[in-house]
Design a binder for this molecule. Structure first.
Ligand SMILES: NC(=O)c1ccc[n+]([C@@H]2O[C@H](COP(=O)([O-])OP(=O)(O)OC[C@H]3O[C@@H](n4cnc5c(N)ncnc54)[C@H](OP(=O)(O)O)[C@@H]3O)[C@@H](O)[C@H]2O)c1
Length: 280
């Protein structure tokens, strides 16, 4: 298949493009500076001429705190550009798969969020992504896949940030009152590929299974990597940030599990594989 991947230089986009190419698909990468998703006519013209069979939108303004002060720029990428891609998908009559986030939810729940739970974002980032979800739905053949707490080989992520800090500090404080599901990019990519042959359009969730806190997650990978830095659990309030984060953002995976009849790897299994393969 001919597959367009936006954000192809980002953490998820790179891993997805590599897998698509390895499987023999023709990948059309779109990322800055060659393709700016904010140049709506250019993107439309490019997609019209290239005529892909499927679009994955992995591009986003992902700096959650910066979204608070740069709302217009964040909204342009995370929402308005999605509407433009949906327009292309509609014209070409091809599916658009929009990547979204657990941050569309408030985090006030005490059980995993279902795909049909109405978004109620706390942050500017969450609001722009929730608007992006609505705009993705302006074409009939849409998939919205919400994920969370991503880490992988390419790009800035929590795992690599903590490992780097652990090398310079004897004690690290890590937040212990946000619960979620850390998700290995490679496991997400494996599921994203299944949507290529799927016609059950709609909203889906995919993360690794189980749940933990950032502190619990950090404890696990430092243990696996035999890094002896001491970790101290702390409250979110101790590290005030511009954007509010959901306190509980575990996503219910039942719909995705039953659609593809897959077993979802536990987050502990995923981080163990990541640590084993990590070049460090
Ligand atoms: N990372 C997480 O923990 C997480 C959690 C839940 C959901 N998600 C979602 O997962 C998706 C992928 O995230 P990621 O972590 O892979 O993000 P990422 O590494 O920041 O990649 C996003 C890519 O999009 C590009 N981009 C930004 N603006 C663009 C524009 N105007 N035109 C073309 N490309 C543009 C970025 O380029 P620049 O770097 O040059 O700006 C970057 O290469 C996003 O939809 C994100 O919201 C991520």
């Amino acid at each position: 298949m001919k597959v367009a991947v936006t954000g192809a230089k980002g953490m998820l986009g790179r891993a997805l493009s590599a897998r698509l190419s390895a499987l023999g698909h023709q990948t059309l990468p779109l990322d800055l500076p060659e393709h700016d998703l904010l140049d709506f006519p250019a993107v439309q013209a490019y997609l019209q001429a290239a005529a892909p069979d499927f679009i994955y939108n992995c591009a986003a303004f992902t700096n959650v705190d910066l979204c608070e002060t740069e709302y217009a720029s964040a909204r342009a990428v995370n929402a308005l550009a999605v509407g433009n891609l949906a327009g292309s998908a509609r014209t070409l009559q091809i599916p658009l798969l929009q990547i979204s986030t657990d941050y569309v939810f408030s985090g006030m729940a005490d059980k995993p969020y279902l795909p049909e739970t109405p978004p109620a974002p706390l942050s500017a980032y969450g609001r722009t992504k929730a608007e992006g979800e609505l705009l993705a739905q302006t074409t009939d053949k849409y998939f919205i896949v919400r994920t969370a707490w991503l880490y992988g080989q390419h790009g800035k992520n929590f795992v690599e940030t903590i490992i780097k800090l652990a090398g310079t500090q004897p004690v690290l404080k890590v937040v212990n009152d946000q619960r979620g599901a850390p998700t290995l990019v490679d496991d997400l990519v494996a599921v994203l590929l299944l949507f290529l042959d799927c016609r059950e359009y709609g909203i889906y969730h995919f993360t690794n299974s189980g749940e933990t806190t950032w502190y619990g997650f950090a404890q696990e990978f430092l243990r696996l990597l035999h890094i002896e830095t001491k970790l101290e659990p702390c409250a979110t309030a101790e590290f005030p940030r511009p954007a509010r984060r959901p306190a509980y953002s575990v996503l219910d995976l039942t719909k995705t599990r039953s659609l593809f009849k897959i077993a979802v790897p536990d987050w502990r299994d995923a981080i163990a594989r990541y640590c084993q393969n990590r070049k460090g």
